[in-house]
Design a protein around this ligand. Sequence first.
Ligand code: SAM
Length: 345
Amino acid sequence: MMNSLVEKLRKNRDLSDEEFREIIDSGRYDDDLRTAADEVRRENYGDVVFLRGLIEFTNYCKNDCLYCGLRASNRTADRYRLSREEILDCCEEGYALGYRTFVLQGGEDPYYNDDRICEIVAAIRKRFPDCAITLSIGEKARESYQRYFDAGANRYLLRHETADDAHYARLHPDTMSAQNRKRCLWDLKAIGYQVGAGFMVGSPYQTTDTLIADLRFLQQLQPDMIGIGPFLRHHATPFRDQPNGSAELTLRLLSILRLMFPYVLLPATTALGTILPDGRERGLQAGANVVMPNLSPVAARKKYEIYENKICTGEESAQCRGCLEMRVKAAGYRIVTDRGDVRRA
Ligand code: SAM
């Protein structure tokens, strides 16, 4: 018999704060949560896993997020930028390997002003008309988001990081705010992007209450994708001595999110695979339905060091593709070549 709290979450797609607290803080529900989440993912997506080809095109960043290895104050980072041609080469290679979504991610790098981003997006759109183009390049003005959209971008990933203002302020410099981050997400949605939000699990000063605030914010936003992964420390940040986030709690939250948002695209993240050798497989079994292998040139991969010991930094794209295929199959699922649009009921 499945636990009644898990059944209630599955049926109502919601719980009271008190009930969420119980389920988040206790490992007692984990088996039932995982079973229910897998059933719900299969009802909505079968055994299908979507691929997103990640192109990390710059590790320059003007921001100074306290947790991130790319932060401007990290003078030891070896910075790089990919040219438009190099980005197109990554897409070319990805296309041949079956990728139909390209995610362009980077630090907030002023070199890539709106004109340059639009040129890159338009060139990808022209050469790969059947592919989805996702941007993940941080906080911008609404007008800029509109220009990228008009140039051909369809999706945007911007984790809200934490929905709690005070918590947000402890993770970021004064120049940044939870309010602006959320404003960006609402603007992106209003423009017509498919939007991805999300948060780190176990970021410093996170509490069960801030996690519940994250769930409540996601209920308002109703994003198409939710990216979560454990916080992992980086030696050249102020959080170098903070404990890493927990794989167990990340898996628990993946299942909770699947039950709350049956339709949502939920990646089994690289951070989860970094903290646990079979983390991505376990993520899929806990309700995730997306993996985002790296399409960046090998020389760039190690330099895009947002946290330490990141996996898949030594492999060519083709090796990543093959390895993932095997892992996904062994976990009981199947990679498909498809844009992988959200399936809202
Ligand atoms: N600059 C863009 C932005 O702000 O959305 C995209 C790049 S940013 C490096 C991508 C994500 O990496 C962030 O949203 C954050 O959640 C995650 N991240 C950064 N540092 C991390 C760390 N130390 N551990 C785990 N995740 C981290």
